[in-house]
Design a protein around this ligand. Sequence first.
Ligand code: ADP
Length: 604
Amino acid sequence: MKTSRLRTKITITLLGVTVLTALFVCITSYIIFSRFMYEQAGSIGLESAKYNAEKIETWGREKIASLERTAAHIESLEDFEIYNIQKMLQDAIKADTSFYSVFIGLENGQLIDGHGWIPAEKYDATERPWYQIAQEANKATFTTVYIDKNKGEMVTSITVPIKLGEMKGVLAANIPIENILRQVNRIQYGKTGYGILLDKSANIIAHPNKEYAMQPFENVYQGRQEEWFEKIQSNVRGVENIFQNGEKQLLVYSIIPSSNWRLLLFAPMTEFKGPVNKMLVYLVIITLACLAGMMILGFFLSKSMSQPIEKIIEYVSKFAKGDLTEDVEIVSSDELGVLSGELNKMRKNLIHMIQEVQNESDLLQKNAKKLVNFVDEISNGVIEFIASLSHDIKTPLTLIKGYAKGVQVGIIKDPEKVQAYLEGIYYRAEEIENITSDILDCTYEIKKSLILKKEYIAIETIAENFFQLAKLQIESSDRIFIKKLKVRKVKLHIDQIKLMRVWNNLIDNAIKYSPKKSEITISIQQCNNRYIAFSIQDRGIGMKGDEIEKVFDMFYRVKDSSIKGYGIGLTICKTIVEAHEGHIVVESQYEFGSTFTFYIPFCH
Ligand code: ADP
């Protein structure tokens, strides 16, 4: 579940990055390409405007040059006979067929026409606009365009200042501009783009829609107030983005210097969007293909990335369930490889730790079992101890009760018998006292054995005292006393009375658990240059293996033993020996006898 989420995440991230990149590329390409296209369209338009303007300019210059040549010829005449002048004017019409009338206006108001036309009497050439414009400019000039009434055509006039001797005048020619209009109408800009021609007063000369001819530009086009209008008036040529008739348009313009006319080309911006839109379609197709590719790539990439992770998760969940049997199998040198290596180390450590915990728990279980057995045995020992103590006390008590009853009831009259009964009571009471004081002593010893009254005593003295006591005890109980002594002259720092109690106890046991006439070997020997070993060996009943290790436990008694005892003697012995920084051991063979040895360190 988690891993599939990881896959989805990787795929979605890749797709997201691709979509964002694709969007970025599409938008920026679209913007850059659009700009480039508009720039291209602008410069193509500008080239076209320039070319056509130059063509019109050349045409104008030719007309001016032709007229100036005629003016020069006329000025070079020696006498200004009207006839001759008229002839020259006719020659000029012949030389340039586009001149359909050539005439001269003189400062005296006279008009000389190439076709011989004679104006009305009141006619004054100096009052005509063409005359005034030419005088004002004092150079070859185009007049404004007008419609010739006779021809019904659009016509312009070229005027050149002239001198006939002392008299100033103006040589003028009327030229129809039909071919210029055709040229302008032929201009193509984009698909629906068109050209228009303005005269120097910003009146429309040429327009695809003939109705606009001779109309002021601002009547047809809104925008006179706009910045671009000023620019086309003042600049030689340029490109402008304008908003006209509710749409964005590209406007390209160029001046025709000789006539001060202006050629304007208009085209809607949308005309040039075609290639951009085409490019956008290609871009979208490429983007979609990239997206599909990325989806496939993302799927495989996410799979290849998530597969080792999935495997690791599989192994880790196995570990979590406690299955540590297998190593994580990822063979790669990247971070995942390192992770698997660390997981394998963790697995080995876990196995080791589990093993250790297992061992500890086994040990704990074993010890707990031992403790339970030990507590069991102790409680059994306590029960046995109480039973045996009660029994030992009850017998003399019963006897005491019997003696007392006899004396009390008065059935025994004989004073000697009474005396014997009283002695019996005393003897039994003493027996009880012995038992209780023995037990009291024992428990007292266990509690107080650590409080020792130590003194330095020579080993010979100790050996003499110990052997004397042993000999008396052993021989008085009808056993054979054997003695061994092998010591150097050393001193022991001991509480002799307490060690004597240990000695006494061990000899008592040797006697208790061995038959009459058997040997009891007593030895005192130096051992290991550190200890003196005190040893009591009997040829008695011995002990079985499992019993040997328990004999020093309090209240422990070998089961089914018919020999009396409370099971605390050896505990006292061990306590006293250990208080002397020594230790006590037993070697025993069932039915062959036992050897108790305690080791006490000596002084150097
Ligand atoms: P008890 O008063 O029962 O003798 P001990 O503490 O002296 O108590 O001894 C504990 C037990 O060790 C005895 O019950 C006996 O079974 C065993 N034991 C001690 N000494 C000997 C020995 N010399 N030979 C065989 N068994 C012995």
